[in-house]
Design a protein around this ligand. Structure first.
Ligand SMILES: Cc1cc2nc3c(=O)[nH]c(=O)nc-3n(C[C@H](O)[C@H](O)[C@H](O)COP(=O)(O)OP(=O)(O)OC[C@H]3O[C@@H](n4cnc5c(N)ncnc54)[C@H](O)[C@@H]3O)c2cc1C
Length: 575
């Protein structure tokens, strides 16, 4: 039983092969490092990148007079001033280059009919048409182009079906990692001095999400266990429009961001176009946090439709027939399941993890040799992310992380992963596979956790429910110790769930505790008991670090080096 521990030696280990990880691998390989790119699933298909619908935000100015400064300005204002201005600045400045990089790797962006310009789309919160795209499958095309390029590099070793469980750190920084080869059922001891975490978000901690099922926040939890700082644990974005019916589609996003301007509308059960009541001028053309909260209020105040959603009405879009062909996942495939796409019942779904690992503009975490990029990182988007900025962040910081990880690896003496640390982690992994667990099976605990988080730490929060969530998470953490599961090492899904649960429970506690600490409402964080935005006391970020078994929280004021005059664009709906 799990007797073998295979040895892997590499200059740079990259965990996650989505947009951020794959881009990091390419860059590290170009700097001549030997790279191991590990993914929990199939490298080309695991992760949320494939699901990205349309928008890749970059101020190319092909549709109008846009500039990176305008992009930066929109990002900060829509982040409700909580974003790290340094990170946002780098993202917006290098966004256009990353569009060209992807084109070099083989992604043929949509262009104007004469072929001279990229076709750039509008989206709420962006002052200009900024979204380059490829039909309704931009994410898939980004992922394919990157993996095709990864495969052109002989010094990148792709390891699919490898679940990395721990990063090994001593006083000098990163010294290795441990993982499980799911297919071979073998433990891996990885010797490396540079690790890039690119494991994406933590949507699976919440019951209703449109993210990929492997989005369990492993990388955030691993970095935290290793002693790295996390930032903004309370910030989680919901996408306003997702199917509520039929059950198989519940939580799947209905593409809408680019369609509001073309006539897409929202109605409640009384057939009232309710956004006219909240924002008579902009109506539905509002950022995600505001739209989600308005929809949620309609539902909770009793104006929801049959299955607990509101109506998304496509009949006002003039060229809907053409547009729907570009968005099959939202408008063609659901028809086969009986959905009337002229009027779709929708509600918000968990969409993006705004908080995460703290990095600087060099993609360095607070641990030497540990880098992070993509959705796993916190503070780039503050309290609300704009459409299209996620992919841009992945590509821009993936490149930076890959370069710096390679430079560190090539200038540091390699040494084997310390045996005692490897042994301790292997014992932890084996310990989860008991012969005689008597408790519930991992899936049941998993479901309870997701239910508790969605209902208590979701779109609308209050102190009582947040404290209830913390208590429930503590009970589940106790319960998970005696979990009962199938005792085999080959593709043992229950074993993986049990290990994921360990991290998810730790993160859930941080998410709920952080949300309880922030006694105001801002962007995606809405407190019924503190409904007002409070710039005087809360223009700051919450941070947390693990010291031994203790969680240490503190706050730091947001610095405003480039945009300093804090002005909100609109009053928020219920304040
Ligand atoms: C429905 C939907 C539509 C979206 N549309 C857009 C859009 O139009 N524009 C936009 O900019 N953004 C969009 N986003 C957001 C965007 O897709 C994501 O933020 C982005 O793709 C995240 O990329 P990533 O590389 O950080 O992580 P991911 O693409 O999620 O990749 C994570 C990788 O880490 C691996 N992994 C995880 N844990 C482990 C582990 N323990 N060991 C080994 N490997 C591990 C996974 O297997 C995977 O390879 C959308 C999101 C959703 C859900």
């Amino acid at each position: 039983m799990l007797s073998t521990v295979a040895q892997v030696k590499t200059d740079v280990l990259i965990i996650g092969s989505g947009a951020a990880g794959a881009r990091a691998a390419i860059e590290a390989a170009e700097f001549t490092a030997a790279v191991t790119l590990a993914a929990k699933g199939a490298p080309r298909r695991s992760g949320t990148t494939n699901l990205a619908g349309v928008h890749y935000a970059a101020a190319l100015g092909h549709a109008d007079e846009d500039t990176p400064w305008e992009h930066f300005h929109d990002t900060i204002v829509e982040a409700r001033w909580l974003a790290d201005q340094e990170l946002a600045r780098v993202m917006c400045l290098h966004g256009p280059k990353s569009v060209h990089d992807l084109e070099r790797y083989g992604l043929h962006w949509y262009r104007t009919p004469d072929g001279t310009h990229y076709k750039q789309l509008p989206a709420p919160g962006h002052s200009f048409n900024r979204g380059v795209h490829y039909n309704g499958k931009t994410g898939k095309m980004v992922q394919d182009a990157l993996i095709d390029e990864v495969k052109r590099h002989p010094n990148i070793h792709l390891l699919g079906d490898v679940f990395i469980t721990q990063i090994l750190v001593d006083d000098s920084g990163v010294v290795g990692a441990v993982g499980i080869h799911l297919e071979r059922g073998e433990l891996l001891a990885i010797s490396t001095r540079s690790v890039v975490i690119a494991t994406g978000g933590a949507g699976m901690v919440f019951k209703v999400t449109d993210m990929e099922t492997g989005s369990t926040g492993d990388g955030i939890a691993m970095a935290f266990r290793a002693g790295a700082d996390l930032i903004a644990p309370e910030m989680h974005q919901f996408f306003p429009t997702a199917f509520v019916w039929p059950e198989t589609l519940r939580g799947v996003a209905v593409n809408s961001s680019q369609l509001w301007k073309l006539g897409l509308r929202l109605y409640n059960a009384n057939d009232e176009r309710f956004m006219e009541r909240y924002y008579p001028e902009q109506k539905e053309h509002m950022p995600r946090d505001i739209l989600s909260q308005c929809i949620f209020r309609e539902i909770t105040e009793g104006r929801g439709a049959e299955h607990g959603g509101v109506w998304l009405d496509t009949r006002w879009i003039e060229e809907f027939e053409t547009l729907r062909r570009d968005r099959p996942r939202s408008y063609i495939w659901p028809e086969k399941l009986g959905v009337n796409v002229q009027r779709i019942e929708v509600a918000p779904t968990y969409h993006f993890t705004l908080g995460g690992i703290r990095i600087n503009t060099e993609a360095e975490t607070t641990i030497p040799g540990l880098y992070a990029a993509g959705e796993v990182v916190g503070a780039t988007h503050g309290a609300n992310r704009l459409a299209g900025n996620a992919l841009t962040e992945c590509l821009v910081f993936g490149e930076i992380a890959g370069r710096n990880a390679a430079l560190r690896a090539l200038s540091t003496t390699a040494r084997p992963a310390p045996e005692a640390m490897v042994r301790a982690e292997c014992q932890r992994l084996r310990g989860v596979l008991p012969e005689t667990g008597t408790g519930r099976r991992p899936r049941a605990i998993y479901d309870d956790l997701r239910h508790a988080m969605y209902h208590n730490v979701g779109i609308v929060r209050d102190g009582r429910r947040l404290r209830a969530a913390v208590r429930r998470v503590a009970e589940l953490r106790e319960e998970v110790r005696s979990v009962q599961l199938t005792n085999t090492q080959h593709y043992n899904v229950e074993w993986i769930w049990a290990l994921e649960l360990d991290g998810m429970l730790e993160l859930a506690d941080l998410f709920a505790t952080g949300a309880e600490m922030r006694t105001e409402s801002r962007g995606a964080h809405y407190r019924e008991d503190y409904p007002l935005l409070d710039n005087e006391n809360w223009l700051k970020n919450i941070l947390v670090r693990r010291e031994g078994k203790r969680h240490v929280y503190w706050t730091e004021p947001v610095t405003l080096p480039y945009l300093s005059e804090v002005k909100m664009r609109y009053a928020e709906p219920s304040r």
